[in-house]
Design a protein around this ligand. Structure first.
Ligand code: FAD
Length: 417
């Protein structure tokens, strides 16, 4: 389709109230039974449904979403995608996701606007440079692309940063991942939804899961605001509300839920063409295609389900951004929002059986599960289809909290992406 034709079509559709548009997917009424039910129509739930149908031939699948698809954290995040974690097991999982992102627009035939603009993790002292070197070595050994950059190389990549040696946190160098970048969050949800729906998956919106159907100690389906729906297996990908679902399902998760905030500025001319993150300032920034600066930082300090975010964190994040790039001081903020994220003690996800037979979980991605959507969905589909772990999900089984074989990614998961 030529650009002229599509612009004309858009104009015509605008005038006639979009009557000739066909929906990309349709919301389905629930059937009485499915092979697999996924609770949560965020990126992980939708990706799981897509891979169940496309890789495992399981297409009697329903995704049940209490609001609208992508209306949870998938539509609220700052869209940073990277795989620069510390442990081999984490790199395996996150790099699988990054590789899937690299081919996702083609796979789904839907432009998810993955822009591999690279990411700088700033290092502000010689001890930080030493720690950065160790982290980069670990990442390279684990197979992800990581480089240690000196101050001048950072200056070449992001000249608008504050290179004043008298700055609160002077820049000594950075850890760089060139394959990292950003994507379009809604498009990831919509692309997976359309592709899953075309393979026969039912997407059921405005339907809240209120309980689990238990028979002989085994889960046989879910109770919902639209009635009981039966299934052989139930996968729960309900970030932010994983503990609420766990209580209903009779299993326990080592999770605490916090509000995580994000901000976007008024649109300005291109000023930074990479993702920049400073652990010391506690802030990160990238610039969207519309020109807005997309800004994030750390968790709110107190666990809560209040999806608003509190002022002390806003002050820390925004003063950090101005410290990193003083030229941004006069820029106006356009919007601020928050999502509720599920945080585990080792800042790594939980994947696999929940402890209640028939219920499986994909949760605990905390501040960084957008980047993991294709990979998390891929391995969760494997678990649900085969009733056994994928090699990359096994280390993240909930049993690690009994064995003590933890993957503390508190540092590599950064503050909040
Ligand atoms: P969600 O998208 O939250 O989907 C879960 C769905 O479950 C929701 O739609 C919810 O309505 C539904 N649900 C809940 N309870 C029920 C019920 N009882 N019945 C039916 N449905 C239910 N990650 C990154 O990788 N990079 C980033 O830059 C980044 N930045 C972030 C910034 C912010 C401000 C926030 C909040 C998060 C950020 N994250 C980031 C984290 C990322 O957004 C999440 O980890 C990821 O989106 C989780 O996806 P999900 O599909 O598991 O959850």
């Amino acid at each position: 389709m030529s650009a002229k034709y599509s612009a004309l079509t858009l104009f015509k559709n605008g005038l006639c109230g979009k009557k000739s548009w066909t929906p990309a997917w349709e919301s389905s009424a629930p059937k009485s039974a499915y092979d697999v039910i996924i609770v949560g129509g965020g990126g992980h739930g939708l990706a799981t449904a897509y891979y169940l149908a496309s890789k495992h031939g399981v297409n009697r699948v329903a995704v049940i979403e209490k609001g609208w698809i992508g209306g949870g954290n998938t539509g609220r995040n700052t869209t940073v995608i990277r795989s620069n974690y510390f442990y081999q097991e984490s790199t395996d999982l996150y790099d699988l996701s990054l590789r899937l992102y690299e081919g996702l627009s083609r796979e789904l035939n839907y432009n998810v606007m993955f822009s591999q603009r690279g990411m700088l993790t700033l290092l502000h002292s010689e001890p930080e440079m030493e720690m950065g070197a160790r982290a980069v070595n670990a990442m390279q050994l684990a197979g992800s692309d990581a480089e240690l950059l000196g101050r001048d190389e950072v200056c070449q990549r992001a000249p608008t940063l504050n290179f004043d040696p008298q700055a609160r946190y002077p820049i000594h160098g950075a850890a760089w991942q060139g394959r990292a970048g950003t994507g379009r969050h809604d498009a990831v949800a919509w692309g997976f939804a359309r592709a899953a729906w075309r393979k026969g998956v039912d997407i059921i919106q405005n339907c809240e899961v209120t309980g689990f159907v238990m028979e002989g100690g085994m889960c046989k389906g879910v109770e919902t605001s639209k009635g009981e729906i039966r299934a052989d297996r139930v996968g729960v990908a309900a970030a932010g509300h994983s503990s609420v679902l766990a209580k209903l399902g009779g299993y326990r998760l080592p999770i605490q839920s916090y509000a995580l905030q994000a901000f976007v500025s008024e649109p300005i001319k291109p000023i930074v063409d990479t993702v920049v993150f400073s652990p010391a300032y506690g802030s990160y920034v990238s610039q969207s295609d519309k020109g807005g600066l997309v800004i994030g930082g750390g968790l709110d300090r107190v666990p809560s389900y209040g999806q608003r975010g509190n002022l002390p964190v806003q002050e820390t994040v925004l003063s950090g951004i101005v410290g990193m790039m003083p030229c941004l001081a006069p820029i106006k903020l356009l919007r601020q929002w928050a999502g509720i994220v599920d945080v585990t003690p080792d800042s790594s996800p939980i994947l696999g059986p929940s402890g209640t037979p028939g219920i499986y979980v994909n949760c605990g991605w905390g501040t960084g599960g957008f980047k993991a959507i294709p990979g998390g969905g891929y391995v969760f589909a494997h678990i649900l289809a085969k009733d056994e772990h994928h090699a990359y999900s096994r280390p993240f089984d909930i049993s690690r909290f009994q064995t003590g074989r933890l993957f503390d990614e508190g540092a590599a998961s950064g503050i909040a992406h």
